[in-house]
Design a binder for this molecule. Structure first.
Ligand code: NAP
Length: 470
């Protein structure tokens, strides 16, 4: 059998497109899938690229098709299927071979797998890939974790298949073990927040202002020409402009309003809390998807629970305010995500380069947007506390646009329209701009009922107690 440069297991949506991308860049690929008919069907549909694809009906055949050190990409369903695929592959591998998990793995699993395989003399790379089907085929953003030694033999291929921004590859080796998958997880968390805040703005325009989807599409399209320019705003305009070919109704009206999720948003929130961090815009977005799935409860609630009727109340919102509110909330969403990356970097000793992360998100990935150039610049000159919102540029952006966010949230609340991410973003911003908050009362309460003690503003040290009496 002809030798291939790299192997790939998992010819689902992402794997098939990634294999074609690799082949197109000139690297012969040996491909395998758990269910073998998919392999022949894939190669039969590969057109001109079929010459660069080698069918491997078994893990043994895949290993035989590669010259050591073998490099094999796994693009299978995350979780147990990854462990099952590694177990099937291992007997056919030799020390020095490299397994690359390109799925959306939980970074804790990646750390565990990397350590276990290292013991056995095998290298393991956890590689986050963003950009969906289109990205996988024509250039995703790629976030790599693992040892530099494990990445070196595959760096040329990974950099060649990634998206390009101003001539630079949107692939980077970000740190050891789970660093790449952690960054991908947080990327998805930011994506959840961004998608939900866009949906909230849509909800206000549609249900409070009563505008039809086609007009809202035009507005998003217009916004995509300004500071909100981004993939998500661009596709929102396209989605809202689409009609159902069967009924002629706006496509968005024939889709059930229950959002799915596979776990990366939830993992972002779980890991944030484990690290003692808070990412309220992302948390609100995960919660909103959970609420959306509670369809029966919402159906029952509509008949029973009282509140303002947005169609009657109207929100009286200005388009310019909605645009600026979305911009402010988006900055806050990114800010929370990057703060979480910084916290994880410190905890795990990854030394994540936030500038590089912002750079590789500028093309190929789902959260690519016009803001990322400025985010990269903001981190190049580290802002106070490492916080994006305290960089000179973004502090100004927020000062100039949170007034609109405040008006939008206030009107939404009055109209009875839920805006969980917009309001969570604003509450966080308002908390962060006050040096003295209300937690002195929390500390007093804790001391009252649990004798937890507190620190005083006028003395050093802790362990003080209040005159609660009793
Ligand atoms: P998919 O189309 O559902 O394909 C899943 C692949 O996993 C198939 O090749 C399937 O093989 C294999 N598989 C499932 N269970 C298996 C098992 N127990 N043992 C071995 N192989 C198994 O999924 P996808 O959308 O390509 O996603 C693949 C990975 O990429 C996931 O981790 C996903 O989260 C991640 N990802 C997806 C996207 C996206 O936009 N879709 C974007 C970024 C990352 P069979 O054909 O034999 O069932």
């Amino acid at each position: 059998m002809a030798k291939a440069r790299i192997g790939l297991i998992g010819l689902g949506v992402m794997g098939a497109n990634l294999a074609l991308n690799i082949a197109e860049k000139g690297f012969p690929v040996a491909v395998h899938n758990r269910t073998t008919p998919a392999i022949d069907a894939f190669i039969a549909g590969a057109g001109d690229l079929a010459d660069r694809l080698v069918a491997a009906p078994t893990p043994a055949a895949l290993a035989a098709a590669l010259a050591p050190p073998r490099a094999i990409i796994l693009m299978v369903k995350a979780g147990a299927p990854v462990d099952a695929t590694i177990a099937a592959l291992r007997p056919h591998l030799e020390p020095g071979d490299i397994i690359i998990d390109a799925g959306n793995a939980d970074f804790n699993d990646t750390r565990r797998r990397e350590a276990a395989l290292r013991e056995a003399g095998l290298a393991f790379v956890g590689m986050g890939v963003s950009g969906g089907e289109e990205g996988a085929r024509h250039g995703p953003s790629i976030m790599v974790g693992g040892t530099a030694q494990a990445f070196a033999p595959i760096a040329g291929i990974v950099e060649a298949i990634a998206a390009c921004y101003n001539g630079a590859s949107c692939a980077a080796h970000l740190g050891p073990d789970g660093a790449g998958h952690f960054v991908k997880t947080v990327h998805n968390g930011i994506e959840y927040a961004d998608m939900q805040m866009i949906a909230e703005i849509y909800g206000l325009l549609r249900h409070a202002e009563g505008r039809p989807p086609a007009r809202i599409a035009a507005l998003f399209d217009e916004w995509n020409g300004g500071p909100l320019r981004s993939y998500l705003v661009e596709i929102t305009a396209k989605v809202l402009a689409a009609s159902d070919p069967e009924t002629g109704l706006p496509m968005v009206d024939v889709i059930h309003d229950c959002a799915g999720q596979k776990g990366t948003g939830r993992w972002t929130v779980i890991e944030a809390l484990r690290l003692g961090q808070s990412v309220p815009a992302i948390e609100a977005a995960v919660g909103a998807r959970v609420w959306s799935a509670a369809k029966d409860l919402r159906l029952a609630g509509e008949a029973v629970l009282q509140g303002p009727d947005p169609t009657q109340a109207g929100a009286g919102l200005l388009d310019a305010d909605l645009e600026r509110a979305l911009l402010a909330a988006r900055v806050i969403g990114y800010g929370q995500g990057f703060s979480l990356l910084a916290a994880a970097s410190g905890e795990f000793g990854w030394q994540l380069d936030l500038v590089r992360i912002a750079e590789i998100w500028r093309a190929g990935c789902i959260i690519r947007s016009a803001l990322l150039d400025d985010i990269a610049s903001a981190f190049a000159d580290p802002p106070p506390g490492g916080s994006l919102i305290l960089s000179l540029h973004f502090a100004q952006v927020l000062s100039g646009n949170t007034g609109a966010l405040r008006r939008v949230v206030a009107r939404a609340v009055q109209a009875g329209m839920p805006v969980p991410v917009l309001s969570a973003a604003l509450a966080w911003y308002d908390t962060m701009r006050r040096a003295r908050g209300t937690a002195s009362l929390i500390q007093a309460q804790r001391d009252f009922f649990g004798a937890h003690g507190f620190e005083r503003v006028d003395r050093d040290g802790g362990g003080y107690h209040g005159p609660w009496g009793g």
